[in-house]
Design a protein around this ligand. Structure first.
Ligand SMILES: [Zn+2]
Length: 481
């Protein structure tokens, strides 16, 4: 017993400086995937991480342990499997502990390799520097890439959140796909010739480094908050309705959604802000994971934006295109109407300040039990294949809807050269959908009034009010992207 205690103390001393502060309050445990255990877990509010080799992995906080004991759920402590010295087991993976996923330096090499191979089409630039001094890279793709032409500009970003490794790969793969197929694919050629496509695949390089080498589950950047905690949530640090309330972000440094001391306090978000100031972007997608859903502003409120109809139309069109590849369904909705409110995120800012269609795409998996922040290396390519037509669609939309700077369109708003028009057929279709939904709700309501049985709540989001316990439950169950 004494020996165990000493071992524990020595481990603490050796590992202490290495690990994130939340390591000590958060553990990763596994439980056998058995019917009776699952039944017990189903009514506990736990943070499910993934399912692997017949085990369920859970991120457990200290207050989860008494519950597990009370319910007599046997578990294994797995935290140390997520640390680098245990990763030696996995080094057989191509490319080290991160396998087929890019590390910062691998990405750097690959971006420059693309620039070297396609000097007339690809240009890498440094748009900022992270807190720990890593470069934040942008890859610009266009014909005559070295000159600034009056063309539609679209921005694709990835990895605001460190553990969302797949979100680096999807925008990066777009870049390599466009370049590798330019010579042979007329559709690619056409798009690239008419637009300037900007890709910032890794907004949070320090966080990714930490997630790969120290703690897989790390989310924020690596700001030392000065009180023993680390990290600002970069996707809560943008300057539109920053800190609007404490639901969509928090002022607490230890929190996973800590918004930072002020809007744009972080060099990583400043880099994106400054890039916007130099460019004329017409549309944006910010990739995250997980959930398989397309979200559009507003996120800070559940009130619709002035362009709600247009944003919904583009999201619908993108979802349809994704589904057409392999049948995978990405839902779509206004961010603030989904699982939770979010303030200070990229898309509220880019839409709120620049008036451009802006989307957060939460990549697969669809939910926690299908892997949460983990996607198999073999799935990277198919997730990209699914998303490619939606990316093409948005670039094409920007090309079709932008006019040269100085154009006289009355539709021009904050950003010169963008027309925000909704297709008439979409307007009609949506009116019809709303009418059918209203009819359905009214039928259900009258049926409920007549019925003396238990009250059944329709699932439609229109029926979940702020104070509705079902909505609260939904908010609580889904981890913030
Ligand atoms: Zn995210």
């Amino acid at each position: 017993m004494k020996k165990t205690l000493w071992t524990a103390i020595i481990l603490c001393l050796v590992l202490g400086p290495l690990v994130a502060q939340d390591y000590w309050t958060t553990h990763i445990i596994s439980v056998e995937k058995k019917q009776e255990t699952l039944k017990k877990l189903s009514h506990m509010d736990l943070d499910f991480l993934m399912e692997w080799e017949n085990k369920i992995y859970i991120v457990a906080n200290f207050d989860d342990f008494p519950q597990l004991h009370e319910e007599n759920v046997p578990y294994t402590l797995e935290t140390f499997n997520f640390f680098p010295f245990k990763h030696t087991r996995r080094r057989i993976l191509q490319g080290g502990v991160n396998g087929a996923y890019h590390s910062y330096s691998e990405l750097e090499q690959d971006l420059f390799a693309l620039e070297d191979s396609y000097p007339n089409l690809a240009k890498v630039s440094v748009i900022g520097e992270s807190l720990e001094g890593r470069n934040i890279y942008a890859l610009k793709i266009s014909d005559n890439v070295n000159s600034d032409e009056a063309e539609a500009e679209v921005l694709f970003t990835g990895c605001h959140h460190a553990r969302e490794w797949i979100s680096v790969e999807i925008p990066f793969l777009l870049g390599s796909y466009l370049l590798e197929n330019y010579a042979t694919d007329p559709q690619v050629q056409n798009l690239v010739n008419q637009s300037e496509i900007w890709i910032v695949p890794l907004v949070n390089p320090d966080g990714l480094y930490y997630s790969i080498h120290f703690y897989r589950y790390w989310r924020k950047n690596r700001r030392n908050n000065g009180d023993g905690t680390y990290g600002v949530d970069l996707n809560r640090n943008y300057g539109y309705q920053w800190g609007y309330d404490n639901t969509g972000s928090t002022p607490y440094t230890f929190s996973e959604t800590y918004r930072g001391p002020s809007a744009f306090s972080e060099p990583e978000t400043q880099a994106i802000r400054d890039l916007f100031a130099q460019r004329n972007f017409n549309a944006l997608i910010s990739y995250h994971s997980y959930s398989q859903v397309i979200l559009y502003p507003w996120g800070y409120t559940d009130q619709p934006s002035a362009d709600d109809l247009l944003l919904e139309q583009i999201a619908t069109d993108m979802s349809t295109r994704i589904q057409s590849v392999n049948g995978n369904i990405y839902g779509y909705m206004q961010s603030g109407e989904s699982f939770y409110l979010t303030n200070g995120d990229t898309t509220d800012w880019s839409y709120g300040v620049y008036g451009i269609p802006s989307f957060t795409i939460e990549l697969p998996p669809a939910d926690r039990l299908q892997g949460q922040f983990f996607n198999a290396e073999e799935d990277i390519q198919s997730i990209f294949n699914d998303n490619l037509p939606a990316m093409f669609y948005l670039v094409d939309w920007a090309v079709q809807n932008s006019s040269p700077p100085g154009g006289s369109s009355e539709e021009i708003r904050r950003t010169p050269g963008i027309r925000l028009e909704v297709k008439q057929e979409f307007r009609d279709e949506r009116t019809e959908k709303k009418r059918r939904l209203a009819q359905k709700i009214s039928i259900e309501r009258s049926a409920r009034k007549k019925s003396s049985g238990p009250r059944i709540k329709p699932i439609g989001k229109q029926n979940l009010s702020q104070n509705d316990p079902e909505r609260k439950q939904k908010k609580k169950k889904i981890f913030k992207e």
